[in-house]
Design a protein around this ligand. Structure first.
Ligand code: COI
Length: 358
């Protein structure tokens, strides 16, 4: 296992930190340090904890041209015991390697991923906020660094981890959101990269997201690229549809939907509660018809950033429909409260999801 060289940063004073932590928003504030590890012909080397700051890269760096880059997202929480808890970090380590494999990038040993994340969290533990709805959002990423314009897998890579104290993902807080059903743009196609966390997946979602915002919506819902009929995901969140008797439906991992860590946690929690979860294709027509008839009780979206958010309305070029009066329903609230309770160390964790430094 690589040892990390430590280059301590000038730590920002406590008052400055407190002012930034009071209302950090999402992804705007960064901690004092970051991790970098390089990959070359001898494998992973030069693991470092260094001051957070600019990277120096050749303008020919492969990642800048062909998007051979990936990222992950996970959260650290200040627990009532005074310790720091990470939520299912090994799931992110595994998914990072699934993404790396798809993008012809090198695998990063899971233990090295975990050590990198913990080294940063411990160095910057004063930046883990403890306010309601707050956490330290951790962003590991990997980029191809060959200074070469030929189209082929790079031979050198940089893996880095930065961290951002964060509050609610949506500026409106936890109120139900309105989504835009994208009929003009697809996010992912069969055989593509929708099932992994390729940075390029997010670039291709941005035009649709701008359209959603122009239509007064908070987020996009993408349909399948082939028939434009089946609900896939929202680009940064997976979707769940709640029926009578806590019967949940969610689109199956069909190769173009991201296997969200929160999605998996919701499924396991719901089944643990004795609820039914069906992973099956779910069409936009079924969504609209069941919302209009009242058979559909709730819809919610989940992701690491947002955790769980109710969807109150769905809009598209064909009009708008409301789900259960656009209010958050009891199943959404119960799953959110349980998940957040486990993440924050307030509720029993029968799954062993909240982990302390080994
Ligand atoms: C997540 O919440 O899992 C995301 O992917 C959101 C992130 C892209 C900000």
């Amino acid at each position: 296992m690589l040892e990390f060289d430590i280059v301590p940063a000038r730590r920002r004073p406590a008052e400055e930190r407190a002012a930034l932590l009071a209302d950090p928003g999402f992804g705007r504030v960064f901690t004092d340090h970051m991790i970098t590890i390089k990959f070359g012909e001898d494998g992973w080397h030069d693991a470092r904890l260094i001051p957070f700051g600019p990277l120096s890269l050749s303008p020919a760096t492969a990642a800048l041209h062909y998007s051979q880059e990936l990222f992950e997202g996970l959260k650290a929480y200040a627990l009532p015991s005074g310790e720091i808890g990470l939520f299912r970090p090994e799931a992110n380590a595994r998914r990072l390697n699934a993404t790396a494999e798809r993008l012809a990038m090198p695998a990063l040993p899971e233990e090295l991923f975990l050590k990198a994340v913990w080294t940063l969290v411990e160095a910057d533990r004063d930046w883990v906020p403890s306010g309601e709805g707050q956490s330290l959002y951790i962003r590991p990423f990997m980029i191809a660094t060959d200074p070469f314009l030929g189209v082929r897998p790079s031979s050198e890579y940089l893996f880095a981890v930065i961290a951002s104290p964060s509050g609610a993902y949506f500026s409106g807080g936890a109120k139900p959101v309105t989504v835009w059903i994208s009929q003009d743009y697809s996010r992912a196609a069969p055989g593509g990269t929708g099932h992994v966390k390729a940075a390029a997946n997010y670039a291709v979602s941005l035009r649709a997201q701008a359209q959603a915002q122009d239509a007064g919506c908070d987020q996009t819902v993408f349909l399948d690229a082939v028939e434009q009929r089946w609900i896939e995901e929202s680009g940064s969140m997976n979707l769940f549809f709640v029926y009578e008797n806590s019967h949940l439906v969610t689109p199956p991992l069909n190769g173009s939907i991201l296997p969200g860590v929160t999605r998996d946690s919701v499924i396991r929690l719901a089944r643990h509660n004795g609820w039914t979860v069906e992973e099956r294709p779910y069409s936009v027509d079924e969504w609209r018809a069941d919302a209009e008839s009242g058979a559909l009780r709730e819809t919610f979206a989940c992701g690491t950033g947002v955790v769980i958010t109710a969807i109150g309305r769905a809009r598209s070029r064909d009009g708008e429909f409301t789900i259960a009066g656009a209010a958050e329903g009891p199943v959404t609230a119960s799953i959110r409260d349980t998940l957040v309770g486990i993440q924050r160390g307030r509720l029993e964790d029968p799954f062993g999801w909240s982990v302390r430094r080994p």
